[in-house]
Design a protein. Structure first.
Length: 190
């Protein structure tokens, strides 16, 4: 029984998380620095809330967002190909979560380029889309729902019997498609 694993690493999300954390730290340090903002009562916002405290609160909030995005959004999605099944495990932050697909649930499978025609991703229901990074639940150009975990424009397209799609692409989609074809379901021409 052959089991192979492939990953989809959302490096863009990690970069955004790092940038948010750095911005939050800068804002927090600015708020804590009395030399830059002088006495706390010199810049009041409303009822006694000084600009210093606003900056501290905003800084801590942005740091928290960055750390949370890094912890939950930066997790790689794992694609496991086994005998007669493929399993996608992805961060629930992007709405994909865990998906198990047995060969009996598959109507067709092929390798194709996403981004145009029936395989365009015009509506993101949940998740993230930036360049070639697509993670989440999308509505395809043909109107069907697709669960997508991809860092590549060339992907393994799996159409399920229920009309939904699962689209998977890694830095080595060729190896993923080959393993899928040998262990789960034969690939067809699109």
């Amino acid at each position: 029984m052959t089991i192979e694993q492939f990953t989809v690493q959302p490096t863009f999300v990690i970069l955004v998380a790092i940038v948010l954390s750095v911005i939050g730290i800068i804002v927090l340090v600015t708020g804590l620095s009395s030399r830059l903002y002088g006495p706390a009562k010199s810049h009041n916002f409303g009822k006694g809330m000084s600009s210093r405290w606003v900056l501290i609160i905003v800084g801590l909030t942005v740091i928290g967002l960055g750390v949370g995005l890094f912890a939950f959004g930066g997790m790689p999605s794992t694609i496991t190909v086994g005998s007669s099944y493929v399993h996608l495990q992805s961060s629930p932050l992007f709405g994909v979560g865990d998906i198990n697909i047995s060969s009996s649930e598959i109507a067709s499978a092929y390798v194709a380029q996403i981004g145009s025609g029936n395989l365009s991703l015009p509506i993101r229901q949940n998740g993230i889309s930036a360049g070639n990074l697509n993670l989440g639940v999308f509505t395809l150009g043909n109107g069907h729902t697709a669960y997508v975990a991809s860092t590549n424009s060339t992907d393994l397209i799996i159409q399920l019997n229920n009309g939904k799609y699962v689209i998977l692409g890694t830095s080595n989609t060729t190896a993923l498609a080959s393993s899928f074809s040998q262990n789960v379901y034969p690939l067809k021409s699109p």
